[in-house]
Design a protein around this ligand. Structure first.
Ligand code: XBP
Ligand code: MG
Length: 243
């Protein structure tokens, strides 16, 4: 029985990573770091979930003797970069530059009408979720979701299953009662490690990832309704008995 849909945010609810990348570059410029992430480099860096973790990974790539800088200095700089980046990203989303992907809102509304629970499981920062969904759904957007797992609740980022395990606990459901929606390999690994059948809607940043274990890989959710999801979910449960 399908009782809940759990959505990733970046790349899944909306194709946000171009805006995130531009926001990182804004922060690098503001701080005079001389760094610039083009599309090809950002596509590689997206292997690292979490903006702060991604910056640290990059800093270690370009500055092997980063160990010479004291750890608190590194963390302070990363925090400052991320603060500037998040403010710029929020302004971009508030300007209306980022729309939900096709079919997302309709599926959310259909799930609500049929009494399914909805949750969010993301590695992004809470302010980014609020900016996106306030703009896309309205000021009461939170009422649509039983639970929200993000960088503030799940510090251990995807592909670790922490955020999905938190959502299953918050929903009081077993993995076999839910379907996850993701866009990336890290997201798929995280959802599957939590036992969740997963629908993948790749973006240009993740189209090359390995999605062989996904329940379905689709260009977007525009052709997906709840009846179709229930059918795929029942088939997936028949193959892998519920936990
Ligand atoms: C994608 C991420 C995030 C964003 C940047 O999150 O890995 O880090 O790229 O957002 P999702 P932050 O799990 O929704 O795909 O800078 O706030 O981390
Ligand atoms: Mg994602």
């Amino acid at each position: 029985m399908l009782n809940a849909l759990i959505f990733d945010v970046d790349g899944t609810l909306a194709d946000t990573e171009s805006a995130h990348c531009a926001a990182f570059n804004y922060a690098f410029d503001e701080l005079g770091l001389g760094w610039h992430w083009d599309d090809a480099l950002y596509t590689e860096l997206l292997e690292i979930s979490g903006g702060k973790e991604r910056v640290l990974h990059y800093w270690r790539l370009v500055n092997p003797d980063i160990k010479a800088i004291d750890a608190s200095g590194v963390q302070d700089t990363i925090a400052r970069i991320h603060e500037l980046k998040t403010a710029h990203y929020e302004a971009t989303v508030n300007s209306g530059a980022v729309a939900l992907r096709p079919g997302v809102l309709r599926l959310i509304e259909e799930a609500q009408v049929e009494g399914l629970q909805l949750a969010i499981a993301t590695t992004t920062s809470p302010v980014n979720i609020a900016a996106l969904l306030r703009r896309a759904i309205g000021p009461d957007w939170r009422q649509n979701f039983t639970a929200i797992g993000d960088a503030s609740t799940a510090p251990v980022k995807k592909p670790h299953p922490q955020v999905y395990l938190q959502m299953l606990a918050a929903l009081h459901l077993t993995p076999g009662e839910c379907v996850a929606f993701e866009d990336s390999s890290n997201g798929l690994q995280s959802a599957m490690a939590a036992g969740l059948a997963t629908v993948i809607t790749p973006t240009r940043y993740t189209a090359h990832h390995d999605f062989s274990k996904a329940m379905r890989v689709l260009p977007d959710l525009s052709q997906v309704d709840l009846a179709q999801l229930r059918q795929w979910h029942a088939q997936s449960q028949a193959v892998t008995p519920p936990r």
